[in-house]
Design a protein around this ligand. Structure first.
Ligand SMILES: *Cc1c(COP(=O)(O)O)cnc(C)c1O
Length: 462
């Protein structure tokens, strides 16, 4: 499989190069040049496989340049860190299937992709005798999952900036209690936006970026999307065997559009997805886009589902590429228009196509709490606030003609405050959080200044 950029300036590159490139050199995002399609029989057979075996079959289609035995070992190691034997088990509650994607080391779905990406980076760097210094800013989930993905790995150091005192206590502990020598937590004396701005500025210095082999782990890496395609097939297979259905709908709590884009790819591969439901919180640019063709920037507001408090979804450009008939110039134009005007216009035909691809709903804080509460009353099952957004959208939008799978993107214990607000009790803590407050911690408080972070990097880069 060869890869191309959404902006047309890169093409014909291998999977390995695409993974190490991350963002395409022309500023676009990488996509496979063709999407392999599977027959009904293939899909049924895949649906019977255990998770790591299924992951191997799907990922192999896109990673032909990684020898099979190596790929298999990378995948097996990536999912051995999950605490549930099914990796992503499916629970059935009150007519809805809940796909639990939170059994990895940091209790959020990002582990599914980042456990794999960490191993893949280590493998590719060793092969090329290269090093990488990962730099990123986080408001919570991504940072801890990225750290868990690369801790203790050879030839990789990771530097994660978080706003000092402004991430939830659990999220902070999940980062700062990782004391491996290659992990550097920087608690920035400022906001998340300050931290993000520092990272952007450092990446913008191309000479510095190259000298220190800076790498990113944000959701624009194709390998992350690819790893997420797997669980759509997994859930479909399980539900099909339970119900005999021909089609399944999915509801996806959405922020950066990575998770739902993986579902879009799964459907293009032939997976019979009936509705693909895009569920947002009050940061609803994507829901407005699907429902009314209104893709216009709003202010980011803080909600109970903070990992979805995003207005500019970084993976959206991948969908734009398909919406514009795979025309890189049209994507360049659209991205420039958006930068200038903060909004995009779509033709009637494009809007119709979007509504064939997705259904969407924006869910308020109040509705989120109400959904956690009512679901708990009816089933005894505790939803985290992100998952609750998806469940609410599924309830309102799915017609009931085929089963619905809601992606459960975080363990409720990770967002205890919201859960407590809804049901007046604390979610049960999984084993990985037991005693986390008492573990040794390592982090560095640093002023919100580019030079301070740059100096720290220079001193500690691998
Ligand atoms: C990152 C995240 C999301 C949003 O996923 P995207 O791929 O960015 O759309 C939803 N829920 C949780 C818990 C997350 O950490």
């Amino acid at each position: 499989m060869r890869y191309q950029s959404t902006r047309g300036g890169v093409s014909g590159i291998s999977f390995k190069d695409a993974v190490l490139m991350g963002l395409a050199d022309d500023g676009g995002l990488l996509l496979p040049e063709t999407i392999p399609t599977l027959s009904e029989g293939d899909i049924e057979a895949l649906g019977r496989l255990a998770y790591p075996e299924l992951a191997f079959q799907i990922i192999s289609l896109y990673a032909g340049d990684v020898p099979s035995a190596d790929l298999k070992s990378l995948i097996d190691r990536s999912y051995a860190t999950f605490t549930h034997p099914d990796v992503t088990p499916l629970a059935h509650q009150d007519g809805i299937y809940i796909l639990e994607l939170f059994h990895g080391p940091t209790l959020a779905f990002k582990d599914v992709a980042l456990q794999f990406l960490g191993n893949l980076f280590e493998y590719l760097l060793a092969e090329r005798d290269q090093k990488m210094n990962i730099l990123g800013a986080t408001s919570g989930d991504t940072g801890s999952a990225a750290i868990a993905g690369v801790r203790g790995k050879q030839n990789i150091n990771i530097f994660i900036l978080h706003p000092h005192g402004k991430v939830s206590p659990i999220q902070e502990l999940q980062m700062t209690t990782v004391t491996d020598a290659n992990v550097f937590n920087l608690a920035v004396e400022g906001t998340f936006d300050d931290a993000q701005a520092i990272v952007k500025e450092i990446f913008g210095d191309v000479a510095f970026k190259n000298q220190y082999a800076l790498g990113a782990v944000n959701s624009i890496n194709w390998a992350r999307v690819l790893a997420q395609v797997v669980y759509y097939f997994y859930a479909f297979g399980r539900v099909q065997r339970l119900t005999g259905c021909r089609e399944v709908s999915f509801s996806v709590p959405t922020g950066n559009f990575g998770d739902i884009f993986a579902g879009y790819i799964a459907r293009r591969m032939g997976l019979p997805i009936h509705q693909l439901i895009l569920a947002t919180n009050e940061n609803n640019i994507l829901a407005r886009f699907v429902r009314d063709g209104d893709y216009s920037l709003g202010e980011v507001v803080a909600t109970l589902s903070p990992s979805m408090d995003i207005q500019i979804a970084s993976n959206f450009e991948r969908y734009l590429f398909y919406l514009h008939g795979e025309d890189g110039n049209a994507v360049i134009q659209a991205m420039a228009d958006f930068r200038q005007q903060g909004r995009l216009e779509f033709t009637v035909t494009q809007q119709e196509r979007v509504r064939e691809d997705f259904a969407a709903l924006s869910v308020s804080n109040e509705q989120t709490l109400d959904t956690i509460r009512s679901f708990h009353e009816q089933t005894g099952y505790v939803l985290d606030p992100h998952t609750a957004v998806g469940v609410r959208a599924a309830r309102e939008l799915s017609g009931g003609e085929c089963p619905v799978v809601c992606l459960a993107t975080a363990h409720p214990a990770k967002f205890g405050d919201a859960v407590r607000q809804a049901i007046s009790k604390d979610p049960k803590r999984p084993a990985s959080l037991e005693g986390i407050e008492d573990r040794p911690k390592r982090s560095e408080i640093i002023p919100a200044e580019v030079n301070a972070v740059r100096d720290f990097l220079v001193k500690n880069a691998c």
